[in-house]
Design a protein around this ligand. Sequence first.
Ligand SMILES: NC(=O)C1=CN([C@@H]2O[C@H](COP(=O)(O)OP(=O)(O)OC[C@H]3O[C@@H](n4cnc5c(N)ncnc54)[C@H](OP(=O)(O)O)[C@@H]3O)[C@@H](O)[C@H]2O)C=CC1
Ligand SMILES: Cc1cn([C@H]2C[C@H](O)[C@@H](COP(=O)(O)OP(=O)(O)O[C@H]3O[C@@H](C)C(=O)[C@@H](O)[C@H]3O)O2)c(=O)[nH]c1=O
Length: 298
Amino acid sequence: MSDAPRILLIGSDGQVGWELRRTLAPVGQVIAASLAGEHGPAIDLVDAGSVRRVFNEVAPDAVVNAAAYTAVDKAESDPEQAQAINGDALHLIGELAATYRIPVLHYSTDFVFSGQTERPYREDDAPQPLSVYGQTKLDGEQALLASGADALVLRTAWVYGVRGRNFLLTMLNLFRERTELRIVDDQIGTPTWSRMLAEVTALILHRVFTGDLEMERIRGLYHVTSSGATSWFGFAEAIRDLSGNPCALTPIPTSDYPAPARRPAYSVLDTRKFRDTFGLLLPDWRQSLALCLADLKG
Ligand SMILES: NC(=O)C1=CN([C@@H]2O[C@H](COP(=O)(O)OP(=O)(O)OC[C@H]3O[C@@H](n4cnc5c(N)ncnc54)[C@H](OP(=O)(O)O)[C@@H]3O)[C@@H](O)[C@H]2O)C=CC1
Ligand SMILES: Cc1cn([C@H]2C[C@H](O)[C@@H](COP(=O)(O)OP(=O)(O)O[C@H]3O[C@@H](C)C(=O)[C@@H](O)[C@H]3O)O2)c(=O)[nH]c1=O
């Protein structure tokens, strides 16, 4: 095990981080850093000293950053903290990864786009965030890509899974409490399983470690989601039907569901660059949802 590459996983307690702790295990020695420091070193992305210290002590061969400020509505009234975690910390992680000459994998979001389009967004489409969360994530991805580090930024969307705060678990909880729910039907995107993201991350990192993929050639920005698209209402309907719940669902416009943060009306991501570069398949969102629900049933 001592010869295994050392992977510093930041944010190992989040929904994607929790999956990564498992899928990265066959790829290298995972050093699972998190705010609480429960399974490895404590790290606080707001505290530059703690980030530098963890990099120094761990001396990683690669970094995967799954930590973020993801409370989209809360970020509107807490922009400094969101910027510190989603933006400023990536300037530092980029600087450290460039200094140590190690690859860094990071995640960003469909919320960097305004949603004023009718075709899936490509990596070279101009971002125009509508929210503090989207703006701070954009700053983070741009800082990392400009840092000189061998960085891969995987932009994804509508992430759900068996753990953490996500739309799937919110719906399953609400189905137990309510007989009717009103769900927005005019925001279109692609639900993406956290495990699928963790698995493609592990497959890529493995090929980087074996020399099969050269970071200098593949570094950059990629869109990675499941295939297909739906609205939050469509996603809720699929969750209800696949889980066998009787809850009545009513489609509503976004204007009937007031929230502090504006969200893009259409944020489907074009994943062609990712599929062509890595030769990986991205399953249909319904297929992944069925597998995830089967996991939840146990
Ligand atoms: N969730 C989604 O729908 C989407 C997510 N993404 C991106 O994917 C990535 C993973 O997201 P996801 O797993 O869903 O997010 P989660 O919110 O589930 O996990 C984020 C993790 O970051 C940790 N964290 C928060 N603040 C700090 C800090 N100051 N220092 C260290 N760790 C901190 C959180 O800890 P704690 O819980 O203790 O605060 C949490 O464990 C993020 O980059 C996100 O922007 C992209 C598109 C969609
Ligand atoms: C609970 C609920 C939500 N909604 C709507 C509100 C919102 O428009 C949509 C989704 O709400 P949520 O708060 O679960 O998700 P939201 O915070 O919008 O999700 C986003 O999170 C960040 C982190 C991302 O990066 C994005 O890709 C995206 O996944 O569903 C309803 O219409 N009815 C309801 O009962």
